[in-house]
Design a protein around this ligand. Sequence first.
Ligand code: UGA
Length: 441
Amino acid sequence: MFLMEVDRIIVVGAGYVGLVAASCFANAGFVVGVVEKSEERLNSLREGISPFYEPGLSELLKEGILNKKLTFFSNQKEALEKLSPKYIFCAVGTPESADGSADLTFVEEVLNDTLDYAKEETYFVIKSTVPVGTADLFSTRAHLARPGKVFVVNNPEFLKEGTAINDFLRPERVVLGGDSKAVEEVGKLYESFLLNHRPLIKTDSKSAELGKLAANLMLASRISVVNQIARLSSAIGSDMREIEKILQTDSRIGSKYLYAGLGFGGSCFPKDLKSFVSLCQKMDVDPIVAHSIDKFNDDQKLFFVDQIVKDFPNPTATRIALLGLAFKPETDDVRESPALTILSALEKHGFSFNAYDPKATKNFQTAAKKSDKINYCESLDEALTGAHAVVLVTEWQEFQRMTPSKIAGIFKGKHIYDGKNVLPAKEFVAANYIYRGVGRY
Ligand code: UGA
């Protein structure tokens, strides 16, 4: 029996970016090997269990394993020997160093293994978010060590946690930076993902690298600007949801990333902003705008905390139902979650908590400081029981269903703090609750 010849890909790093890319490439028919150092992660992956919650990912993993498109390796050398891949995707972490720049130790290791062990003509694709100039530097090293054999391309990822599979399978655009022959070869992998004339942007590697940081800076800037407007809206007594409508219906402004809230969190915006600032400083460019976006974002969480503190003169006798611990809905990721900052600030004032999240409680318990003031709850009902105030931090759909009549039997407090402006404010006010949103009421 003859089997159809398909390209083989290795993805190094089974984090959000790596695992989503690997599962989606396997789903598209490629043979994919995933390299992951952590034994615990590897064991669960081999059983088709994703190490983190991402809607649809476990299903794709199981399907890939069943179809024999997806296999897992503990080291790159073994994966290269077994699969002889044409493409190596580097999706390992680039943690923040003390000076705000990205630490490239893991990315370097992946390049070194590629240069040492690649047999065939190989395309080394950088998916990790790396400092500008990394692909050029790696390209020079590849050219010196393996001339005409290993080619380097930067391929920034734009997926969002919570909708990662859809973002990867149906990207708005794919960006590839590097020399034209290498970009052409890597571009072939994406043809089937770019139906309906979605663009493949072929560019130089520095533009691709800076473009990634710039996209996150632009999105983050919209959030900080909208939160700035919300603060003024609070002060003058206008309604931020109405202002959002006025902004969003202007096609020049657009409708996305214009929701006021508790500031952005997650592993990307805060880190990429810092990388941007650090790069500006290195290049002697004043980072004043990026800096203000970041600082304003940090303050936004504390601004909300201040309102709560003012309303409760006796915090030690006050229990808060803290709803939403993940940095956003549909994920169990708590990195830079606003809930961590808000809880820690309120705790210093003496408040106690019924904390609840549909998916992220375990990760939050690991990330937050241990405290006997926090009662982790297993349901929304449990969190509301005995609480004096509701503080909604993450807009999980389950929370959005709360109305005065639905919670009346279980929640005996009067204060509702809606950090995402998703609750029916008018209904709460009419039912004599003290409702406070972000830039409204
Ligand atoms: C972000 C980008 O959106 C992705 O394109 C990028 O690939 C990713 O970073 C990355 O660099 O890896 P992500 O961090 O998963 O994705 O989440 P977003 O949905 O963009 O949300 C980020 C934060 O902004 C969340 O805390 C969210 O609550 C907040 N946000 C978002 C607002 O406060 N208001 C909005 O209107 C939109």
